[in-house]
Structure formats: structure tokens, C-alpha cells
Ligand binder design. Structure first.
Ligand code: SUD
Ligand code: ADP
Length: 282
């Protein structure tokens, strides 16, 4: 077995997001379509015999022990009584608080990678359940297929949406997911759709209006991108995205982007790049 492995940690987009209600525990019932993109962080793992979990890359604003990377490794180690440790480094390119799932994706990559290098052999369904303790989106990244998520995000119906080129814009502001979900003005009663109707409809994001109002930078980014193509918010933001027929059209649009916004071009993927990369180890 290889002792050092490098794996991708891709971003996701919410192609639509509806809020159908709120549960007594405060969490929201959602319907949202997740698709992966071929753009993200890259993590390198080396097992170690001393049992320590060490992240060697510093991440601004996130303490070592709070990092989802470290927490995911500890959770798996404790759950399996594993006595091995791991050294992890990350090439971080995904903006935090952008609604593209960077932290959740990192946690999922750690769960799958450590399960492999420690030979702990947990099935994917168990890793997904463990991941849910770390964040609502971790199970989707463990699952690795474009999927309609329902409930609080844990019930999956896999879907096969088109895989276009996307231009994703980061408005240079971080949105706190909890702040948006706690806001009294968030719409919370969109009727549930039958899964068979999802791909045929042009659906929006119920957080978009509130996030645009709360964060003028998001509104500005949306207004700018809408000049080029139909655009929407992903997750609770802050990133906004639009699809293009060709990679070149998306790149051409990116060239016009005014500062301080940043952006990138990526392809939609119905199978996660992480799962494609893991195939070489199975
Ligand atoms: C709504 C989504 C859609 O992708 O937004 P983004 O985070 O991607 O923007 C996610 O499911 C978010 O996932 P994640 O960011 O992992 O959320 P968590 O850490 O689990 O929860 C953050 C906070 O959001 C609220 N929350 C989250 C999920 C949910 N179904 N209902 C909620 O009310 C809760 O207040 C919770 O304390
Ligand atoms: N490895 C990590 N990568 C990104 N964020 C992390 C990580 N570990 C902890 N966090 C925390 O999680 C928050 C949400 O990050 P992220 O998942 O990137 O955003 P979003 O859920 O909006 O896509 C960050 O603001 C940060 O405080």
C-alpha cells in the first residue's frame, strides 16, 4: 500500500436551493441539487506511526484543532480505534464562506483518504454518517455523485444534470451560513417538488434575495454576471455562477471581471473528481 497519497478536494455548486420548512431543532428542510466542479483544493496524506494528527499548512482564521481537516481525521481515528496518525498538507485555493463547500469537501477527502491509508475499511455510508457530525454538506462529498439532497441535506436522489462550463465569481466577502438561516426574512415555505420535475424546471435559490440585500458585494457580483448570462447564488453564498456553452466563452467573460472580485472557470461533473482519483487505489 502507498504511504503517501495526494487527492483532490473539489468544490460544489447548488444548481438550485429551496427551503421547504423549519424543524423544531431550528434546522431547515431543503431541496437542493448538488453538482461537483473540476476545481478545488489538493490534499497530501502520509501515515505516521505515533498516532498524531498534524496539519502542516496554516489556514488564516482557522485554528489547527478547529480545522475540519483535523477534526475529520480525529473523528475517524476515534471511531475506528486506529493507532496510526497522519500528516496532512493542503494546497488551498477555494475561498472560505463562499458557498462552494470547501471545508466540507476537505473533511470528506480526509475521511476517504485516511480510511484508505489506515486500512480501516469503513463503508462509504458509515463515512457519510460520521461526516454529518462535521457539517451538513460532508455526506454529499463522501457520496461523490450529483444528487438531489432533501431533508436537512441527508436524503439523496442521484441526478444527471448537464455538465456545462461554469464561471464562478467570489465577491470577496464571506457569508456565514448560520447568520442567513437565522434571519427572520429568509423565505421558508417553498412547496416541495417531485424529484421527477427537478431537471425540467428552471429553479432558483431561496437565499439569494436575502444574501444580496445583506451583502451588497454579492448583489454587485450578480448584477455584473447577469449582463453575460443567467446567474445565481450557490448555497448561502457568497459565490455566484453562470453556465456557458464553451470554456472559451467563460474565460472571455472572466477577463472583464472588475476587482476586487475574483473568479474561476470550471466544468460541471456528475461524478466527483475525488472519486475518479480514488479509483486508482481500489
Ligand atoms: C445550505 C448549504 C447548501 O449547500 O449551504 P452552504 O454552506 O453550502 O452555503 C449547506 O447545506 C450548509 O452546510 P454547512 O455549511 O456544512 O452547514 P452546517 O455547518 O451543518 O450548519 C451551519 C448552520 O446552518 C444552519 N442550517 C444548516 C443546514 C440546514 N439544513 N439547516 C440549517 O438551518 C444551522 O443554523 C447551522 O448551525
Ligand atoms: N479546512 C477548512 N476549509 C475551509 N473552511 C474551514 C476549514 N476548516 C474549518 N473551516 C471553517 O468553516 C467555515 C466555512 O467554510 P467553507 O466550507 O469553505 O464555506 P461554505 O460552507 O460557505 O462553502 C470557514 O469560514 C472556516 O471558519
Amino acid at each position: 500500500m502507498t504511504n503517501t497519497i495526494t487527492l483532490p478536494s473539489p468544490a460544489k455548486l447548488n444548481l438550485f436551493l429551496h427551503i421547504n420548512g423549519q424543524l423544531p431543532n431550528g434546522y431547515h428542510e431543503l431541496q437542493t441539487l448538488f453538482q461537483f466542479i473540476d476545481y478545488g483544493d489538493s490534499l497530501t496524506f502520509s501515515s505516521r506511526a505515533d498516532g498524531n494528527i498534524v496539519l502542516t499548512t496554516e489556514m488564516a482564521g482557522v485554528a489547527h484543532d478547529d480545522n475540519l481537516i483535523v477534526r475529520a481525521a480525529r473523528l475517524l481515528q476515534q471511531h475506528t480505534d486506529c493507532n496510526q496518525g497522519v500528516t496532512i498538507s493542503i494546497d488551498k485555493v477555494l475561498p472560505m464562506g463562499g458557498g462552494i463547500g470547501g471545508g466540507s469537501s476537505n473533511a470528506a477527502t480526509v475521511l476517504l483518504a485516511c480510511n484508505y491509508i489506515w486500512n480501516t475499511k469503513l463503508p462509504a455510508a458509515t463515512l457519510a454518517k460520521l461526516g454529518l457530525q462535521l457539517g451538513a454538506d460532508v455526506p454529499v462529498f463522501v457520496h461523490g455523485k450529483a444528487t438531489l439532497a432533501e431533508g436537512v441535506g441527508e436524503k439523496f436522489t442521484d441526478m444527471n444534470p448537464p455538465e456545462p462550463w461554469y464561471l464562478v465569481i467570489f465577491p470577496n466577502v464571506h457569508v456565514n451560513t448560520a447568520t442567513i438561516f437565522q434571519h427572520p426574512d429568509l423565505p421558508r415555505s417553498t412547496p416541495k417538488l417531485a424529484s421527477a420535475n427537478i431537471l425540467a424546471s428552471d429553479l432558483g435559490n431561496d437565499c439569494q434575495k436575502l444574501v444580496s440585500k445583506t451583502y451588497p458585494q454579492v448583489e454587485k457580483a450578480l448584477r455584473w454576471l447577469l449582463e453575460y448570462a443567467p446567474s445565481k447564488l450557490t448555497g448561502t453564498g457568497s459565490c455566484v455562477f453562470a453556465s456557458f456553452e464553451t470554456q472559451q466563452q467563460a474565460h472571455q467573460t472572466l477577463l472583464d471581471l472588475p476587482e476586487p472580485m475574483t473568479g474561476f472557470v470550471a466544468k460541471g461533473c456528475n461524478t466527483s473528481p475525488l472519486h475518479n482519483a480514488l479509483q486508482q487505489y481500489n
